[in-house]
Design a protein around this ligand. Sequence first.
Ligand SMILES: NC(=O)C1=CN([C@@H]2O[C@H](COP(=O)(O)OP(=O)(O)OC[C@H]3O[C@@H](n4cnc5c(N)ncnc54)[C@H](OP(=O)(O)O)[C@@H]3O)[C@@H](O)[C@H]2O)C=CC1
Ligand SMILES: O=C(CO)COP(=O)(O)O
Length: 355
Amino acid sequence: MALEQSNVAVLGGGSFGTALASIAADNGATVRQWMRDHALVEQINRERRNGRYLPDYAINERVEATTDIRHAVEGAAIVLVAIPSKAFRQVVEQAKPWLSPEQILVSTTKGIEQEGFLLMSQVLEEITGFDHIGVIAGPNLASEIADKQLTATVIASADPGTRTRVQKALGCSYFRVYASDDRHGVELGGALKNIYAISAGMAAALGMGENTRSMLMTRALAEMGRFAVAQGANPMTFLGLAGVGDLIVTCSSKLSRNYRVGYAMGEGRSLDEAVEALGQVAEGVNTVRLVCDKAREMNVYMPLAEGLKRVLFEGVAAKEMAGLLMAGEQSSDVEFVLPREAVLEAHRGEKVRHD
Ligand SMILES: NC(=O)C1=CN([C@@H]2O[C@H](COP(=O)(O)OP(=O)(O)OC[C@H]3O[C@@H](n4cnc5c(N)ncnc54)[C@H](OP(=O)(O)O)[C@@H]3O)[C@@H](O)[C@H]2O)C=CC1
Ligand SMILES: O=C(CO)COP(=O)(O)O
């Protein structure tokens, strides 16, 4: 089937899928948004409102909601996949019979698949084998986009055509789309920052101040860069919107679901209670476990992620963990300026002189 260049498909009826569908439609595209919930489809098509995920925002008339995945993706020039990582593979498999290699497939999901430690664009690639694959990530709180607050994101792909066409399809008066060819780094940035957003929410609920939050965010950036380098990504990507940009927004805002999970736990709720109360996906809960396992396997030092994992899954109190982190080794500020090992080596030399 020939592609209709002005058609965009969105898979997912959650808050981000809905926000992206409206951007593309505001930009003139005909948008088909697939979701599995019949009642929500009817509500969107009738009331132009997604009552479950974004109740306060009007949805553009050019968005058609549908439960028919074939109708959604067949012939669309761009397919945006906004499905949480746990269900991502299953939904793409479901769409696969009606996808074609000329289409551009873009993951908007900030999570990791346990089996093989795959990022979502790698899942897209593995399932389809197509060439035009990309990732969108950046400081993009869905409700602010739906509110048309001025926002920027990154489209990352090795394929220049994918970058350009997504920039054209989504770039508009309230949404800017910057380009990157470091798909892995951009995608890792989006997934990793969720871990630290949970910690930041927890720290805020425990009454920690702005110095603490700044320390947490900056050391988080150091960890993210260290992990990314070990994974073969470009650490410079973390200076951009998908790195420091997304870290700032999710570590600072109660609109972030990951931050909210951490905040609820800092107020004394259990992880299960916090996730249940949220009723939406907080990818960081799963990501922290996977990242800690991978970091240990690759021998990458990630004390903040390890600390959070102990609080979430091993019954350690958040306050106690903060104390332990402060007692940890003091090493290098920016490891690309002064290598961490050089600082540790100097400390070892001092100790030998004193002993
Ligand atoms: N929200 C945001 O601000 C941002 C989110 N993201 C990323 O976007 C991704 C999607 O998030 P978001 O839209 O926010 O998530 P939500 O939790 O708001 O919505 C999840 C959507 O996925 C659907 N879904 C879940 N499981 C399945 C399944 N097995 N089969 C079919 N559909 C399923 C849900 O359907 P149902 O209602 O039927 O369960 C719902 O439509 C996340 O990885 C997130 O990190 C990225 C940037 C910003
Ligand atoms: O990624 C996001 C903003 O860029 C959304 O973060 P949450 O998933 O924590 O809501």
